[in-house]
Design a protein around this ligand. Structure first.
Ligand SMILES: [Zn+2]
Length: 1098
């Protein structure tokens, strides 16, 4: 375990521009670091591009944390999220950033001074004058006040933390705690300050790039400065670099959309309050808004305003929708919405919460400021005008008509084009279609709606519906078999006052009822599942299932609509807007950091799971792209892992859970036979392809004739079948699977996949391209064809060719040069019989010109080559990492934490690079346990069937243990202190003793003379023997404490020595606990070359 350096240490600071003197350094002595920037020109330009808008900035003096030192002059800047202070006003990187959300109080503190208190620290500032102080004070107090008053409101969605951990920043000689958020890196002084949210500075990464450096170091290059970080280990370095690269690339892709929308000048300011650079939108009202206003829009409910983020909700932003926003823009949209705003009611970016709420209510719910259409109030005329206008491209007029009462679903009697939407479509007015579709369920603004702070929802009590349905007797088991018509009975049903009642006849009093509050979930069956054509199930809190149905689709649809409207809260009604398979409430946790589950609403439609979380935020998960889907059936818990983010779903009721589980599992499986319909990775390539390629890279790179050799047919079929059933749950393992079989699986998959990788339409063009004489033209043609492929095919082809490029890079060992590979892959990828070699020629060219065809940058290529070299090394060397990391494979695993006799069960995401020490500290962090001095927290492998356990070495990887059947427990290692003390006292790391030993060759325990020295355990018949009976090399052994009870060990202090390579065990019995510890110490010290415990922590 590593612990961040304490506050007592004096961090060095660097100032390369001025060259700091000792005196300066003393004056600067404070608990932060100073990061200057290298490039002043970029700075001047770049500062403007930072989207954080300062609310106030200026010089303030700050008291240093150590008393007795003079005040330090700091440039202080306040924005909506943070109060930051900088060394000087030109700096890009702050020395400290205090989130508004962590502030507890802001009070005056003597002349010109004020105090900003957070939970554990207080910052004192001194202003130049009383009036300046008062201004800071009131601004801050106001923000704090606002935060408290909005405590119940949905918070702004903050960007998720993709990774966090210790990194050393070169030049600062200080270990920092670093998080990678969606688009920025945040530096914290240590893990405690990370937990409190008080950081040093944040680094925008959108213009940055990551470069590899020597050993464990890598550089983050930004326009302002190069940050040179040192990771804790090589695998950690790779993980950091990959994560940061991912963050940069996703920041870039979202920036593209934001910049596109901002290209329209009026979209650069919030349509409601005028705040700069708004990143949210109401997609049906056609306005771009800031995050503060977005919160108020959300409060109106989705039937008034559908709020989406420009950054977070990428998938809703179709070209048409973006075009609507570019064509209208806040300017034109407001010419309708805000035609009559009295100056006294207008908002400013700093308007108070309540003002914002009432303004936005008046503007969109009541339509108070809108520009009334001249046909307002004449329904028929409005509808007519809408129908004729949607044939033109005037979408502003459509906006005006819609929000003045024209009916988006009006039927003007044309049988072939029944609605304005179909009319617009037939006139090719795509923007009209988009605007109309977004408003199919919108409520028209009405002045009569009264403003009230209560929830603006239709009370379930008000929803009334009645009619007949056929109903099955309720059951406590899942309904899997087909139910014939005879088992249904006719029921007259009434939905009223939040109750669904049903009886035999229309006239009679309903005999039974169920309360909509008890409805956990409603699911819609596929037509024809039961005797009645259309059926749906309701699952209730009392763990019962009700099945209803009818032959008429409209009857059933109307019932489903009414029931969902009654049991879904108003703000999540849109979950049931589209055709869904299942909708209802579940408990959820986002990530493992969140300990208590909360109630959310979810719907499953097609392969997508939509969610509305307790904080008002929205969730959308593409199930066929999940990295991992695991079921903990005994807990009624589903764990979904997507892009490194985790969602845990739980239900208290078995029936409800089983329904969700089987539907989600089904949706997460492969949809069809083509490449695009496979289970995909986050990089858009089929999971099967990635797993096979990773496996070959790890274990097959040096294998002679890889891909040319045929595997065993029956094994290939079995693996392929398993992948096609559920690729995500098919894992390839060294020792269990042979590289040639896996190579065979990959080839067979490509040979049989529907349409092939080049698609049946595209393949002939690829084969023709080879005829082009001029090489550059040929390559250009390949590029054109590549871009014409579907995205999944394109990404897969690139991955595959890159892989083949790597294979031929090692041709000297594996004998597979690009020609040999092309002969194998030509017929496979073009799905031909091999009588003609054109396909092979194309593949050979693609490998040869891989860099040019796929536009591979020099850095990318270097990385790939490095990866090959790394794998070559792991293929040949005996590495401590028994399973080389496969970045795609992460598993959720149960780990136990034992503290003061209490055992807690936690779930943790284990990736191949996770070390025992990292797992230990993650577990402690989760439980907010701060290790005390002389606490030696460690991870243990406990094997119940063998009655053994051992402490994992801090550098040992946890991943290979997951399949061993052992339990992982994190607890204090009581023996460690004794062991360290003992080792410190030894001048010679060795031990000799006669003890009771049991080994394969003996029957029972017998006296033997055992020596442990150098790197070998030797067992002699007696002390005088010259030749040992056995020699065991320590480095290939694992030492466990304890001996299986069944073997009747003669003492309580036994050790089990396992030789993994030979699958043999040997048992040693010590006379006392101390002696046992001594053997363990010597053993550990030899095995890890003296590194028994991380040196820097104790
Ligand atoms: Zn705003």
């Amino acid at each position: 375990m590593s612990s961040p350096s304490g506050d007592g240490q004096s961090p060095e600071m660097i100032n390369r521009n001025n060259g700091s003197t000792k005196a300066q350094w003393m004056a600067e002595r404070e608990d932060s670091i100073y990061l200057d920037s290298d490039n002043a020109a970029a700075l001047a330009e770049g500062f403007a591009s930072e989207a954080t808008l300062p609310i106030k900035s200026g010089f303030l003096e700050k008291t240093p944390p150590q008393g007795g030192l003079p005040f330090q002059k700091r440039w202080v800047q306040l924005d909506a999220e943070y109060l930051r202070y900088f060394q000087n006003e030109k700096d890009v990187y702050s020395k400290r950033m205090i989130p508004i959300s962590s502030m507890v109080s802001i009070v005056p503190a003597g002349p010109q001074k004020f105090e900003v208190a957070t939970k554990n620290r207080t910052f004192v500032f001194r202003a130049q004058s009383e009036s300046d102080r008062n201004e800071w004070l009131s601004l801050l107090q106001n923000m704090l006040q606002k935060r408290y008053s909005s405590a119940g409101m949905p918070p702004e969605p903050c960007s998720p933390v993709l990774m966090h951990g210790n990194l050393e920043l070169r030049g600062v000689h200080s270990k920092l705690y670093v998080t990678v958020n969606e688009d920025k890196l945040i530096l914290y002084r240590n893990v405690d300050e990370y937990k409190l949210g008080i950081g040093i500075t944040s680094i925008q990464m959108k213009l940055g790039c990551v470069k590899d450096a020597d050993k464990r170091a890598f550089n983050l290059v930004t326009p302002y400065r190069v940050f040179s970080f040192v990771a804790e280990s090589m695998p950690m370095k790779v993980t950091w670099m990959k994560t940061i690269e991912f963050a940069i690339s996703s920041a870039l892709s979202t920036n593209a959309l934001v910049n596109k929308v901002w290209a329209q000048e009026s979209n650069r300011f919030c349509a409601d309050c005028g705040a700069a650079w708004p990143e949210w939108a109401s997609i049906n009202l056609s306005v771009i808004i800031c995050s503060n206003c977005a919160g108020q829009h959300r409060w109106l409910g989705s039937c008034v305003s559908k709020v989406r983020s420009l950054r977070l909700d990428q998938s809703v932003w179709t070209d048409e929708l973006v075009q609507v926003f570019l064509s209208l823009g806040n300017g034109r949209a407001n010419s309708f919405w805000a035609a009559n705003v009295p100056p006294s009611e207008a908002l400013s970016p700093f308007s108070h919460e309540e003002d914002r709420k009432s303004f936005i209510f008046a503007k969109y719910r009541q339509g108070k400021y809108r520009c009334y259409h001249k046909l307002f109030g004449q329904q028929k005329a409005l509808d007519n005008a809408l129908c004729s206008n949607v044939q033109t491209d005037d979408i502003l007029e459509t906006l005006s008509l819609l929000f003045c009462g024209a009916d988006v679903n009006c039927n003007m009697g044309h049988s072939d084009v029944p609605s304005p939407i179909s009319l617009a479509r037939s006139y090719n007015q795509h923007l009209q279609v988009e605007l109309l579709s977004q408003n199919q369920n919108t409520e028209v603004p009405r002045l009569e709606v009264e403003y009230s702070l209560d929830r603006l929802e239709e009370s379930p009590a008000l929803i009334m519906y009645s009619g007949n349905l056929y109903k099955m007797g309720s059951t406590t088991r899942p309904i899997t078999e087909q139910k014939p018509r005879e088992e249904f009975s006719f029921r007259w049903c009434i939905l009223k006052n939040g109750k669904l009642s049903y009886g035999n006849f229309r006239s009679s009093t309903p005999s039974r009822q169920l309360s909509v509050e008890d409805v956990l979930c409603l699911s819609v069956d596929a037509p024809g599942k039961h005797g009645y054509e259309h059926t749906f199930e309701i699952c209730t809190d009392s763990d019962r299932l009700y099945l209803f149905g009818d032959d008429d689709p409209d009857t059933v649809r109307e019932w489903i609509r009414s029931i969902t409207k009654a049991f879904l809260p108003a703000n999540v009604q849109d979950l049931a807007e589209t055709a869904f398979r299942r909708v209802g409430r579940l408990r959820y946790r986002v990530g493992l950091m969140q300990e208590v589950s909360r109630l959310g609403w979810f719907s499953l439609a097609g392969t997508k799971l939509y969610g509305r979380l307790a904080d008002g935020s929205e969730e959308k998960i593409e199930l066929c792209r999940l990295q991992e889907l695991s079921v903990q059936q005994d807990q009624n818990r589903l764990v979904l892992l997507e892009r490194g983010r985790m969602l845990v779903l739980e239900s208290e009721k078995k029936l409800d859970f089983q329904g969700w589980m089987s539907d989600i599992q089904q949706a997460a499986c492969r949809a069809g036979d083509s490449l695009t319909e496979q289970q995909l990775t986050s990089g858009d390539i089929p999971v099967i392809v990635e797993r096979c390629i990773n496996f070959i890279m790890q274990f097959g790179l040096t294998s002679q004739g890889i891909y040319r050799k045929c595997g065993v047919n029956s094994k290939i079929s079995a693996i392929l079948e398993s992948f096609l059933q559920d690729a995500r749950n098919t894992h390839l393992k060294e020792g269990e699977h042979h590289v040639d079989d896996v190579a065979g699986v990959l080839k067979r998959f490509f040979r049989n996949v529907k349409e092939g990788i080049f698609t049946s339409q595209g393949a002939p063009n690829w084969l023709h391209a080879i005829e082009i004489k001029e090489q550059s033209q040929r390559i250009a043609q390949y590029q054109t064809l590549l871009n014409a492929l579907p995205p999944v095919n394109k990404a897969t082809l690139r991955t595959l060719i890159s892989h083949l490029y790597c294979i031929q890079h090692s041709a000297t060992t594996n004998q597979m040069n690009r020609h040999n590979l092309a002969i194998v892959f030509g017929p496979t990828l073009f799905q031909t019989d091999g009588t003609n070699n054109t396909g092979s020629r194309v593949i050979e060219e693609l490998i040869q010109h891989y860099v040019a065809v796929f536009n591979v940058s020099e850095e990318q290529l270097q990385k790939e080559v490095d990866e090959v070299n790394w794998f070559m090394k792991t293929n040949t060397e005996n590495f401590m990492v028994r399973t080389p990391p496969d970045p795609g494979s992460e598993m959720i695993f149960t780990v136990y934490l034992e503290e003061a006799g209490q055992i807690r069960e936690l779930h943790i995401k284990v990736c191949p690079t996770l070390s025992a020490a990292a797992m230990t500290s993650e577990m402690l962090e989760k439980q907010s346990i701060t290790p005390q001095e002389r606490d030696y927290w460690s991870s243990f492998e406990v094997n119940k069937t063998e009655d053994t356990e051992r402490a994992l070495h801090h550098l040992e990887k946890v991943f290979p243990l997951l399949s061993s059947g052992s339990t992982l427990v994190v607890k204090k290692d009581d023996a460690m202190e004794t062991m360290l003390t003992y080792l410190a006292s030894k001048t010679n790391i060795s031990k000799y003793k006669t003890m009771k030993v049991r080994e394969g060759i003996f029957k029972g325990f017998q006296d033997r003379y055992v020596t442990l020295s150098g790197t070998t355990i030797r067992i002699y018949k007696e002390a005088q023997s010259v030749r040992p009976e056995r020699e065991l090399p320590v480095k290939s052994l694992t030492l466990y404490q304890g001996i299986k009870k069944k073997l009747n060990p003669p003492t309580r202090w036994g050790l089990t020595v396992v030789n993994k390579q030979e699958k043999r065990q040997c048992y040693l019995c010590c006379d006392s606990e101390t002696e046992m510890r001594e053997w363990m110490s010597i053993f550990m010290s030899i095995q890890y070359d003296g590194d028994v415990w991380p040196a820097n922590t104790q």
